[in-house]
Design a protein around this ligand. Structure first.
Ligand SMILES: [Cu+2]
Length: 508
């Protein structure tokens, strides 16, 4: 029953992430865009950059037929990942090896379609020529493992007797189009390779979509869990007076409980989703050091800054750092987020937050809170966001400040006749938020840089919602007149019912 008493210390919860100012010691830590390195082995022609091109044999190496007859699945090279080629059904080995170089362009393998004569052994020289980490796995179990930009791995798929599917297994990448189809040509039946998909469950990977759509976390389970945790402190402290602000954003990937029995993988800035909520004044300089302690590529995009994306919004590798400096020239509640593709996946897994830059004409209030609206696309236990639900814009849980129902389980305490300001940011990644407080009206609504209503509108008009699309932000001000329980909701009510709701408990 750890209800928030917000007249007390504003930093009591376990979650508040008051960013730790850093000593500016790592000026040399910025890393440039890693250089692409095509076909580093040097003995294969460069990958065609034409996405979707169908290419055939790049090179054919004749090997002794006797080798294959004696041991048709023996890999010629080790270190090619788990499993050996599985398609060993009735096909006569030709004694030839097909070698193909495969690269990455954006979120596509190049080529993404390979034709191989049935009976040939297939070796793929896979180079990650993309701008972030990728892997290449096949339904047979052959896998490159995660490769940094520029790295190459040789994959031995063995004798090809039927079609074989490959893809990138990083969350969301397959759904973005990172698939590779190996077509066996001249085979009497093309079903043998494809049939392997059903027998390699660990690589099928996406069978839980139906379960997720049914709902792995009910509102009751979410609410029960929220009652057991310390809610994230919703208080937004006033901006401090310094004009040079330094923060370190450390990216980590971990498992987080959603209910007592369901966990999900979260990717976070400084261990929590949302990440730190920063606040400053117009003209302040923000020095951010991004540290990637995760296992995949990540990045950062501050809407609060006016900078060329090329310089700072690129992905960095695990273990790397990036210096990101911007001057806050304009007021707003500005989103920040990881901008590594697929962005929807990185945001859905927790990589978002906000920077509040005060308008110069803010009125004095008694209470000031911040609510970051976001969507959860829960899949199987321990998994990151479900890519099919995400693509379909069908979240199965919703949150303010990261945890569904947390301020319903722990109402926010305020008093009658206090003036309250609530900053709201719709972090998305996809859906709109119409922020409403039951039992009140807003005499002041500020949305995306301007007062929509201030101290009441013309002819006595007041407001009932702050309406925000993805990445929009603003604030509302209101004064509860009577003691009671004032729910606040996303008035897209099916979303409120999935967790985007809380309570202001007002006492005299
Ligand atoms: Cu990321």
């Amino acid at each position: 029953m750890a209800d928030l008493n917000l007249s007390a210390s504003p930093s009591g919860g376990k979650n508040p992430k008051t960013p730790v100012p850093k000593a500016s010691e790592s000026k040399g830590g910025a890393t440039g865009v890693p250089k692409l390195r095509m076909s580093p082995a040097g003995d294969h022609s460069p990958v065609s950059r034409t996405a979707g091109a169908i290419i055939g044999v790049v090179s054919v190496v004749a090997l002794a037929l006797a080798i294959f007859l004696s041991n048709p699945t023996a890999p010629t090279t080790q270190g090619t990942g788990t499993g050996t080629a599985a398609t060993t059904s009735s096909v006569t080995p030709t004694g030839h090896t097909t070698r193909v170089s495969v690269g990455v362009e954006g979120m596509t393998f190049t080529p993404n379609h390979i034709e191989v004569p049935a009976g040939d052994r297939l070796i793929i020289d896979f180079t990650n020529s993309g701008d972030q980490r990728h892997d290449l796995v096949f339904e047979t179990g052959v896998s490159s493992g995660s490769l940094a930009t520029g790295e190459t791995k040789e994959l031995d798929l063995g004798i090809i007797s039927g079609d074989v599917e490959g893809w990138c297994s990083l969350p969301g990448h397959r759904e973005m189009g990172m698939t590779l189809h190996v077509q066996a040509t001249g085979a009497s039946s093309s079903s043998s390779g494809a049939s392997a998909s059903g027998s390699h469950g660990s690589h099928a990977g996406h069978d839980h979509g139906q379960e997720a759509a049914v709902g792995p976390a009910s509102p009751t389970a979410l609410t029960d869990y929220a009652a057991t945790i310390t809610p994230r402190d919703p208080v937004l402290p006033p901006a401090t007076s310094e004009t040079e602000r330094s923060y370190t954003f450390t990216v980590t990937e971990q498992t987080t409980n959603v209910t007592d029995t369901l966990t999900r993988q979260t990717w976070t800035f400084n261990g929590d989703a949302p990440g730190p909520i920063l606040r400053g004044h117009i003209g302040d300089t923000f020095h951010i050091t991004l540290v990637n302690n995760g296992t995949m590529s990540h990045s950062l995009d501050f809407h609060a800054g006016l900078v060329a994306p090329d310089n700072v919004m690129h992905s960095i590798e695990p273990g790397q750092t990036l210096e990101y400096t911007f001057v806050a020239k304009n007021a707003g509640i500005w989103l920040y987020h990881c901008s590594t593709a697929p962005m929807s996946m990185h945001i859905a897994n927790g990589m978002f937050g906000a920077v509040v830059i005060d308008p110069t004409d803010l009125d004095t209030v008694d209470r000031e809170y911040v609510m970051i609206a976001s969507e959860l696309y829960l899949g199987a236990d321990g998994q990151s966001a479900d890519a099919s639900l995400l693509s379909a814009l069908q979240p199965n849980a919703m949150a303010f400040n990261g945890v569904p129902f947390q301020y319903k389980a722990h109402p926010i305490q305020i008093r009658t006749n206090e003036r309250v300001r609530v900053w709201v940011m719709d972090a998305g990644p996809n859906l709109a938020t119409t922020f409403h407080v039951v039992g009140t009206q807003f005499d002041t609504v500020w949305r995306e840089g301007a007062y929509v209503i201030r101290g009441g509108g013309s002819g006595g008009g007041w407001g009932q919602v702050l309406s925000l699309g993805a990445a929009e932000g603003g604030f509302v001000e209101f004064t509860p007149l009577e003691a009671g329980h004032y729910s606040f909701v996303n008035h897209a009510l099916s979303l409120a019912e999935k967790g985007q709701t809380g309570v202001f408990e007002v006492s005299d």
